[in-house]
Write a protein of this length. Structure first.
Length: 317
């Protein structure tokens, strides 16, 4: 034979755990902002006020419940983890906020919780919001910024069609509204917990991804991810859709204007959701030398590979 094909059996579907969707007190916290909006957030890891604080910015679709997966890792490194719902997701009031307005919400929550200094981790689409914080928040408050499997701006894709569309921002927006976002978010909309879990399992295509979700710990992680998505759409699709529009529009700031000395970028070379070219583009704009590429790692397996390292660095250890 000229070649062989490895057949990967799909992990048997286990219905979503009925107990998992129950929210804990630390996952139902809110802040009433001066504008009248509500900001939903959750806390994980250390409960010591003196512990180094990390804000984790969720992906798309996503919500504050993303922190569940990292509670133990943050306890281990002695860090306090805070996750925030973006407008229209979870418990945060929807408003057509821009990327460059997001740092105001982060700073408002930090002030409310009397947190003087902190670090930020941006996961997947949360990386763009993390970069906005790195651009606009003072270095006396934001100590470190980490981008994990981050999604970059449209121009970071490097595709000729996108390059041509840059001259017409309205065309990019139409493409996102009518094609890209429905394709990305459509499978998650109007799904119950069991349907969402089945969908997430079907997205695990590599052997390592399937092995990861086959364990008892992996199944618990899937249940937590299901709840994260349920919370993301609890107000409808407007919040996640707006997130996507922000990513596909002009960001309002230049990555090259960010001081890259306090920024790190970690990415898997097998990531098909956020191509490695995006991370390389961002690294180049930051001055180079900030990117760590993990071989054989996908969008789903990156946290298993380097999760503790990420939180340890963000905590200043």
């Amino acid at each position: 034979m000229s070649g062989t094909t490895t057949h990967i059996e799909r992990t048997p579907h286990i219905p979503a755990d009925a107990a998992s969707p129950k929210l804990k007190h630390n996952e139902t916290l809110t802040l009433n902002l001066e504008s009248g909006r509500t900001l939903g957030y959750a806390t994980y890891g250390s409960t010591l006020p003196s512990a180094p604080t990390i804000f984790l910015l969720h992906g798309m679709p996503g919500s504050r419940i993303c922190g569940r997966s990292f509670h133990d890792a943050c306890l281990k490194v002695g860090a306090r983890l805070i996750t925030i719902d973006r407008p229209g997701c979870g418990n945060s009031t929807f408003a057509p906020r821009t990327l460059i307005q997001w740092p105001e919400d982060v700073l408002a929550l930090a002030d409310h919780l009397e947190i003087d200094t902190f670090s930020i981790i941006g996961a997947s689409s949360g990386a763009s919001f993390a970069l906005a914080c790195a651009c606009y928040l003072p270095a006396t408050r934001l100590l470190r910024t980490m981008l994990v499997c981050g999604i970059g701006p449209v121009e970071s894709l490097g595709w000729i069609p996108w390059a041509l569309m840059r001259v017409a921002p309205w065309a990019i927006r139409l493409f996102a509204v009518h094609f890209l976002l429905p394709r990305l978010l459509g499978p998650y909309i109007d799904k119950n917990a069991e349907q969402l879990k089945d969908l997430i399992e079907s997205q695990c295509t590599t052997l390592e991804e399937k092995e990861q979700v086959a364990t008892e710990e992996g199944q618990k992680g899937l249940d937590d991810t299901v709840l994260q998505y349920v919370e993301a759409f609890k107000q409808g699709r407007q919040g996640p859709m707006h997130d996507g529009l922000l990513l596909s529009s002009g960001w309002g700031f230049r990555v090259e204007d960010i001081n890259g000395d306090r920024v790190r970028v970690i990415h898997g070379d097998q990531d098909t959701h956020a191509p490695l070219s995006m991370a390389k583009w961002v690294d180049g704009k930051l001055g180079g030398g900030r990117l760590q590429v993990l071989e054989g790692v996908t969008h789903f397996t990156i946290w298993k590979k380097c999760g503790e390292e990420v939180f340890s660095w963000a905590a200043g250890n």
